[in-house]
Design a protein. Structure first.
Length: 379
């Protein structure tokens, strides 16, 4: 996968998983609360039923003048209290609050019932149990296991669906990449041939100088297109950065564009103080090529370009057509062109921005229509 396909894949995957997990969490919470409510209700009715059974035994023992046989229960503690709240029969786990009929304290449910009508001097039947809390913990664990298993299934389904849904995009991107790679490969051969022919003609001095100069300019323009397409299409991270005299690279680029500058009668003044930065040579050249190329492309004939460097900055100022303020915020977008004054693919400033971000540089662009543009890069 390339970067765009990967970004789309992870964006779709994240959106699918977030929405699915949100729904799963809500469903699990709703099911848990409903199960807890059901368990608490069942526990309440069970303890009430037990109070009825115990109350019936007390009444029966009193009426038949037999000894009350209160056997211990397996999950509940049962205690019988008189009007003074003194324990007569059975036992309790914790102190009883007789002002409440039913309550929970320290994970223990307590039911206080009056079902004996004073028989055997018993006024209160107290039942205490933590069975409900244990059952709720079991429910919680079961739901947690179910959520974890479901989450793994959702992740597997999400990855599978992401690949299926993004496969057409992936295939189309591969076709585009292959097209661009083929195009750049095909452009390289004629560009090399033209440059060699131009070089031979120049060395012989028997030629139409204007025609050869036009060939040279066209060749360099084609080479710029080739360089831009190559930069966009291939992985350029493999080239290692090194300490580079940026001011010297600028001078080389001015010489490279000299013929085009002469053709448009554009003058260039420079103040190139030593500027040593760490950058890959190809990317340094791409940075300058695009900015200087734009300055020339969008300048009218008989204008002036100023270039300055310090140890920490690079500034290029032209007297060109400028950029509308409303379009300044989107000039770095790929294939975005601020105007139709000159040709191009709208990729130059996008390449500049990608290099700026890679090396943590800072760029500032000030522009005014029909006055010019100033681009400042701070290293």
């Amino acid at each position: 996968m390339n970067k765009i396909t990967k970004k789309s894949f992870y964006s779709f995957l994240a959106l699918y998983l977030i929405s699915s997990f949100l729904f799963l969490s809500l469903a699990a919470y709703w099911f848990y609360t409903s199960q807890v409510a059901m368990e608490k209700n069942a526990n309440f009715y069970k303890m009430n039923h037990l109070a009825d059974v115990v109350g019936a035994k007390v009444i029966s023992a009193d009426m038949h003048h037999t000894k009350l046989q209160l056997k211990p229960f397996r999950r509940e503690a049962v205690g019988l209290f008189d009007t003074n709240k003194k324990l007569l029969y059975g036992s309790t786990v914790q102190a009883v609050n007789f002002s409440k009929d039913f309550y929970m304290k320290d994970k223990m449910f307590t039911l206080v019932a009056q079902r004996t009508a004073g028989h055997l001097h018993v006024k209160y039947i107290v039942i205490q149990s933590n069975e409900c809390i244990k059952n709720i913990e079991i429910i919680k664990n079961k739901i947690a296991y179910a959520v974890i298993i479901t989450a793994f299934l959702i992740i597997a389904i999400a990855v599978f669906l992401s690949y299926i849904f993004l496969k057409p995009l992936k295939d189309k991107m591969q076709e585009i990449e292959q097209f661009v790679k083929d195009t750049t490969h095909e452009l390289n051969t004629p560009i090399t041939a033209i440059m060699m022919s131009t070089s031979r003609l120049t060395s012989k001095k028997s030629y139409d100088e204007k025609t050869v100069k036009n060939i040279s300019i066209s060749t360099k323009q084609l080479y710029d297109i080739y360089s831009s397409l190559s930069f966009l299409s291939f992985d350029n991270n493999s080239e290692e950065a090194k300490d580079l005299a940026f001011d010297k690279v600028i001078q080389e680029d001015i010489d490279f564009f000299q013929e085009l500058l002469e053709k448009k009668h554009i003058s260039v003044s420079t103040q190139l103080d030593p500027c040593l930065i760490r950058i890959a040579p190809t990317k340094a050249k791409m940075l300058i090529n695009n900015l200087l190329g734009n300055a020339i492309k969008y300048s009218n004939p008989n204008t002036h370009i100023t270039i300055k460097t310090t140890q920490k900055s690079f500034v290029i100022k032209d007297e060109g057509i400028g950029i509308e303020k409303a379009k300044l915020h989107k000039i770095f977008r790929r294939f975005e062109r601020a105007n139709s004054y000159a040709g191009g693919f709208g990729v130059g400033l996008n390449i500049v921005e990608s290099i700026i971000k890679e090396y943590d540089f800072t760029i500032n662009i000030e522009s005014e229509e029909n006055v010019g543009t100033t681009v400042s890069i701070f290293f």
